[in-house]
Write a protein that binds this ligand. Structure first.
Ligand SMILES: Cc1cc2nc3c(=O)[nH]c(=O)nc-3n(C[C@H](O)[C@H](O)[C@H](O)COP(=O)(O)OP(=O)(O)OC[C@H]3O[C@@H](n4cnc5c(N)ncnc54)[C@H](O)[C@@H]3O)c2cc1C
Length: 499
């Protein structure tokens, strides 16, 4: 059967560059409006309009509110810059020296502080992947000079229009023990090529924030880039409303509106499968084809800045966890007990280690071989974050005892017959019942809900397989060969060199 592939005219980015349409950073209303673009999003068995569905409304409103905040001080001065009359996001800024890199890091702190590190894939994350793609364009030019030109054009389009991106770098989790030779559906592939573009078929996972994004950027994790079949190696970007592209949004954690402390209703950023049912990608949006070696080399380079953003985010999540744990311990008068204090100390230790690591990532920042300034490697902290994430929940569980479960809800403070009982018998140590219930409902959200569990799962997997990352670290230590030789010569049986 011959398939009909629609060659869509996408929002023509070259025309929008420097044009009046490129309006820089979003306001909340404009962002919301921009998502009403005919995209195909499936959710709970039905095709939905993201801007109207109750399960998406809370997080979208929150995201929109954040966009508005960046237009007034102090956030405006922290996260945006203005030149030639257009205000753009510092997330997209290209750091050409240390000061510029520090400015970008400060902007990421502002975003992550505003969300307490609980909305990991704020647009800041992927805008920083675009910084990496821009810096890597010289290597892409070695494969085809047009790829580098495409990256430059697309980067400018994204920066000037503040495009919100998701990325999908993994293959569907069908059968990890099989190969694409056995079943080509296991990985996205190019099925048609012409001078004006390519057609791709297959699926990608797992695109966080996808329902709220304008474009999906597809590239490959090293495991998937090492394909023997070149048609499976492709980097490109495509608008979420492209013909043939559909999104399956996972079960929602938002929409239940259990009160002000309902973290999911603010921060559930969603995760999605992206299906490409013969989607046409115009050539100006193709960044790499066929070359697995370049795809493998590019992966870590693209992610250098975004992984740093991820560590900034983790730092704010740690601080939030520690603050909530301290308030919970104080609220029931256990904060001075020996074991509890030690647990709080352990959380404080993680906060401090993360703060020092962030400081040293910037102190050891250096120019890349392509010209931009990049923070030092995050890899050790990436594996550390995956390692300790479960411990955060364990400590919160231990400190709060039954308090994580047995609390009054926000509406229990309203009925005149019930409220006095709640206020009298559910108050805490030096805090009234409202404050205690607020704190413990936050604890409950963090450790008893699907939202809390997903935070942990995200920490474990979002930077790729932690086992593989640890294996990479095992091969990484600098100067160890020399030290090992030194140790042997110092201590070898028979006296050693210094005997
Ligand atoms: C909440 C969340 C958000 C995410 N957001 C994004 C996103 O926005 N964009 C994106 O592209 N990705 C995203 N990811 C995907 C993430 O990068 C992957 O989850 C991660 O790389 C692990 O891959 P996987 O989930 O397919 O697990 P699998 O690869 O299927 O692994 C399952 C298990 O099998 C083991 N295993 C697999 N293969 C081997 C092997 N060859 N040898 C030995 N053991 C093996 C693994 O160690 C693991 O224990 C997200 C993941 C999560 C959980």
């Amino acid at each position: 059967m011959t398939r009909l592939v629609t060659r869509q005219t996408y929002p023509s980015w070259p025309a929008r560059l420097d044009g009046p349409e490129a309006r820089g950073t979003w306001t909340g209303d404009r962002l919301t409006e921009s998502l009403r673009d005919g995209r195909c999003v499936w959710h709970a068995g039905a095709q939905v309009e993201v801007t109207e569905h109750p399960n998406f409304r809370g997080p979208l409103n929150y995201l929109a509110g954040l966009q508005d905040r960046q237009h007034t001080a102090p956030m405006r001065d922290e996260v945006t810059e203005t030149s030639n009359g257009r205000t753009t996001s510092l997330s997209y800024a290209l750091p050409t020296d240390r000061d510029a890199l520090e400015l970008k890091a400060a902007a990421s702190h502002a975003w992550m502080d505003a969300t307490h590190g609980l909305m990991p894939r704020l647009p800041d994350f992927m805008s920083n992947v675009m910084v990496g793609l821009w810096d890597f364009r010289g290597e892409l030019a070695r494969v085809d000079t047009r790829f580098a030109e495409n990256v430059e054009g697309y980067y400018e389009y994204c920066r000037d229009n503040d495009i919100v991106l998701t990325h999908a770098i993994g293959d569907p989790q069908m059968d990890r023990s099989s190969t694409v030779q056995e079943n080509p559906d296991m990985a996205l592939r190019v099925v048609e090529r012409s001078s004006d573009g390519i057609v791709v078929r297959g699926a990608k996972q797992l695109a966080t924030l996808a329902p709220y994004c304008h474009d999906v950027l597809v590239y490959l994790s090293p495991t998937y880039a090492r394909r023997e079949l070149p048609q499976h190696v492709c980097w490109f970007s495509v608008p979420m409303n492209a013909p043939g592209l559909s999104v399956l949004s996972r079960a929602s954690m938002a929409g239940r509106r259990t009160g002000t402390t309902d973290l999911a209703d603010r921060y559930d950023e969603q995760d999605a499968m992206v299906f490409f049912d013969d989607v046409f990608i115009p050539f100006e949006r193709v960044f790499l084809l066929d070359d697995a070696a370049t795809a493998v080399a590019g992966f870590w380079h693209l992610n250098k800045w975004s992984l740093h953003v991820g560590q900034i985010r983790f730092h704010h999540r740690l601080r939030f966890t520690l603050a909530v744990a301290r308030m919970a311990a104080r609220a029931i008068g256990v904060d001075g007990f020996r074991e509890i204090k030690s647990d709080l100390g352990e959380l404080a230790q993680y906060v401090e280690l993360s703060r020092m690591a962030l400081t040293s990532m910037l102190a050891e920042a250096a120019p890349t071989k392509y010209g931009l300034w990049a923070p030092a490697s995050t890899l050790a902290m990436d594996t550390f974050a995956a390692q300790i994430s479960g411990r955060l929940n364990e400590i919160l569980t231990k400190i709060s005892g039954s308090g994580a479960v047995m609390q009054a809800a926000e509406e229990d403070f309203t009925p005149p017959e019930l409220a006095p009982l709640v206020r009298r018998y559910m108050s805490g140590c030096g805090v009234d019942a409202d404050e205690k219930a607020t704190v413990f409902n936050l604890v409950r959200n963090l450790i008893c809900t699907d939202f809390g569990a997903r935070q942990h799962i995200y920490e474990l997997w979002n930077r790729g397989d932690p086992v593989r990352n640890r294996m990479t670290l095992a091969d990484a230590p600098v100067g160890l060969d020399e030290l090992e030789a030194d140790i042997l010569s110092d201590f070898r049986f028979g006296g050693g060199a210094r005997a």
